[in-house]
Design a protein. Structure first.
Length: 260
């Protein structure tokens, strides 16, 4: 079985050596570097399962954040999940690292303190590589509410996909949507009173999701109707829905996404 590739970007050569040996013993293929430019090049290859980035690259400046800056700068150019590591227990570092940002989410998906040991790196990798991909289908009038759901799913550890967040200028959006839906773990169809009768590609997405659902093994949860408000969609009537406008609605959605 092919080993997962892990990128380590840290100015501390001793830490890199110890962490590399530890992770390789755990079965990972590790690529360490102390050079930020090299780290950027490797990140943008998009061939790593996880990248660990140290915040500080200047021993003379405790406020140096060039590792975090690299994570932020590559939000749009690298899809590699990034984990920020540091010896500094500053709350603002955690907030800056995990803060959801428009279009591409947060700079990092996890934040670790080095003093807590190397095993936490393995646990972080396992959490990340097992996260479910969630395709969010919606009609354009519901974009703001669905963007809020996108952010919440990210913070809950999922990998949501929303066209307005992920697609770049010039992309063939219809082809991208079809390709992503075929590869995703779940499709969450966001429904509102206005979207049920909304004409356009939203209805095509629902038809495609139903076709893919027919290809799933019995009992596999794949297509989840998620109501933003009271409404009905005749094509999805046979599937149990979740009502996101109820106090426990989001928690019920998360349970469904963790079930399979």
């Amino acid at each position: 079985m092919q080993r997962l590739k892990i990128l380590l970007v840290d100015d501390n050569e001793d830490f890199l050596k110890i962490a590399t040996e530890f992770l390789e013993l755990k079965g990972y293929a590790v690529f360490p570097t102390t050079d930020l430019a090299e780290g950027r090049r490797l990140l943008e290859e998009d061939s790593f399962a996880v990248a660990f980035l140290d915040i500080n690259f200047d021993l003379q400046d405790n406020h140096d954040k060039r590792g975090l800056a690299l994570a932020i700068d590559t939000i749009s150019t690298s899809s590699v999940p990034k984990v920020i590591m540091t010896v500094y227990g500053r709350a603002d570092y955690v907030r800056e690292s995990l803060l959801p940002r428009w279009r591409k989410g947060g700079a990092a998906v996890d934040f670790l303190h080095k003093e807590n040991g190397l095993q936490q790196m393995v646990e972080s990798i396992e959490r990340i590589v097992q996260r479910a991909h969630v395709f969010l289908s919606y009609a354009d009038p519901d974009r703001v509410r669905v963007a809020d759901l996108y952010g919440k799913l990210q913070m809950s550890g999922f990998l949501p996909w929303m066209d307005k967040m992920e697609l770049d200028a010039g992309e063939d959006w219809e082809m991208a949507v079809r390709n992503v839906m075929r590869k995703t773990d779940f499709v969450v169809v966001c429904l509102s009173a206005g979207s049920v009768d909304h004409r356009g590609f939203f209805q095509t997405e629902i038809r495609l999701a139903l076709q893919i659902l027919d290809e799933q093994p019995p009992g596999k949860i794949f297509l989840i109707p998620a109501r933003l408000e009271e409404c009905e969609h005749p094509r999805l009537g046979s599937l149990h829905r979740v009502d996101l406008f109820n106090p426990d609605g989001y928690d019920r959605l998360v349970r469904a996404l963790k079930r399979n």
